[in-house]
Design a protein around this ligand. Sequence first.
Ligand SMILES: Nc1ncnc2c1ncn2[C@@H]1O[C@H](COP(=O)(O)OP(=O)(O)OP(=O)(O)O)[C@@H](O)[C@H]1O
Length: 690
Amino acid sequence: MGKTYSANPNDYRLLEEVGYGASATVYRAIYLPYNEVVAVKCLDLDRCHSNLDDIRREAQTMSLIDHINVIKSFCSFVVDRNLWVVMPFMAEGSCLHLMKIAYQEGFEESAIGSILKETLKALEYLHHHGHIHRDVKAGNILMDSDGAVKLADFGVSACMFDRGDRQRSRNTFVGTPCWMAPEVLQPGTGYDFKADIWSFGITALELAHGHAPFSKYPPMKVLLMTIQNAPPGLDYDRDKRFSKSFKEMVAMCLVKDQTKRPTAEKLFKHSFFKNAKPPELIVKKLFVDLPPLWKRVKDLQIKDAAQLALKKLPSAEQEAISQSEYQRGVSAWNFDVEDLKFQASLLLDEDEIQEIQEEANSIKYNMSQNIASDTVPNPAIHNIGSEKAKTDMKKSNSKSELPASLVENEGVQAKTKNQTGRARQTQSGPLVPGSVLSNSQSERARKFERHEIDNHLVAEKSQQVRRAPSFSGPLNLPNRASANSLSAPIKSSGGFKDTLEDKSKTNLVQIKGRFSVTSENVDLVKDIPLSTVFRRSSQGSPLRKSASVGNWIFDSKQMPQSLPPKEIGNTNGLSSVLMPHLQNLFQQTSIQLDLIVNLLSSLQTSEVENAPQNGKLPPLPRGSDTNGSVESIVSERERMLLTTISELQARMNTLNDELTSEKLKYMQLQQRLNAVPTREEDEDRRGGDS
Ligand SMILES: Nc1ncnc2c1ncn2[C@@H]1O[C@H](COP(=O)(O)OP(=O)(O)OP(=O)(O)O)[C@@H](O)[C@H]1O
């Protein structure tokens, strides 16, 4: 019989903190009866949204798991509002930690092969026993000092998957869906253990590059790109250091059609794994000369805190914005994909646009130089110029992995640990843009071309009669997703509230096998940061300060609360209360509308005049002003202006809608008021009767 571990917290001495995730903090600890080092994961039950009995039952089930590559739990028990899960201590921590501290550009292929092979063995075992892990990522692959590799974070989490709570808790707490398979993200499609194979492929890319694909984007954009774009992969040119066999293996995992993905068993037979070396030879070497795990974790915290302090926008606010987008994207499972695509076209980060513009301008400049000096046709020029190329480009928009052109440094996000109230940081907060890697100019040109087409679509789309989608309002938030998704809760951050308060709104979207996917009807408008869009309130439209509208704030507290129709019928002095309210509302909306119309008409002139100062338009291309490519600069600026105009037009449409609906309400109320007999009429009638 194996060793047993007691459920008495006094038998454990918690030592240093060695990791933390969305809902848990992990400590190195000593199990006093055996004087043995163990890991204790303290799971905050308040953050789990899960039934305690379910968690306990599942934790017991998971303690039965017995595979050399899967972390099993020795025992688990409740201490205050925490569930303690006791498990073997993995002295070298997670692959994610290790990359952050010593391998920021990713590991060598031999190490990747070795780590992935062990992970695949774990998946094979789990799938064979009817389990889906659903959270395969570098942060959940742990290593021991002898090179052993184990897949973690399965036990307790799994119970939450089963009831959809995990998914919902992810909606609420976790930053990015980078590892999630398209079928998991897409409404109406089922998913199974093949979702783990997709995540495994993404993890392979994460280990190869030091970060998961798309990790620099906000969660909502990641979601869209995963659904819409061709799968990411290892680039045959850019990733020259990796073998063909590795590239093929990744491509096999990252097939969008889940039925075409191999099972873990089949994948295991791939030549890439046949050649993989034992971990005790390869993985072990990765930690040579590194300080102990807890020291690394501490260093990372300090480094992340320093980076955080350097950031302009407070992290909490950034996270809240990013999270808000994620909730908008993921919680509303019945989204209109076409509409989301349109929103995605608006999602180019400001710095990305600037970067693209700079590169494109410089390319154009170089081209014009080439044309002047050389009359031989240049294929790149044809590419940019031809309409067909544009269409093709649009079609293959997603053919390659999105630019990995920015070196990503980790930031952190603050979170509060319930148990102690101490502020903490995750190891993987929002990424900050770093220096630009050498990317081929043609690639940048493609990227620019895509942006150009997107702009065109934006303008076109804004001309169309607006439907009433759930995602109206611009989403071009210049914020990034939390890095590699070990995001901390942001529930109370930045003054943004968790919008999933009304649990009764929870919808069961889908039941598939052991899983049920739930979603909540988030008040989408409530979630949009004030600074980025207009607010639409169910209680009228108190106006807020808006960058483009000016400085009027309309205090809702000063306005009378809406009255139910019953009371309206009963109140004789109603008109005196309602009329000023309605007139005020009407007037404010009209003013706002007028202002936007005026802005629109004056924008072109004023922006062109002020262009060099306003900081929004693309900077001058290098050396262009002295070389006569002024025309191209102007056209870039025009394009930017057109985008701004389209956005303003979209906002104007929203206001127009609001105005119409207010007018309607106003007319309805007036009709009701007319129907209510006035005091004089009453008296007349009474006089007549008598
Ligand atoms: N047994 C262990 N030994 C050493 N370190 C561990 C162990 N278990 C977890 N860790 C460290 O703690 C971190 C967080 O643990 P874990 O992933 O289980 O928490 P979580 O809240 O479930 O995270 P998330 O849900 O974000 O994946 C891991 O990334 C790892 O670095």
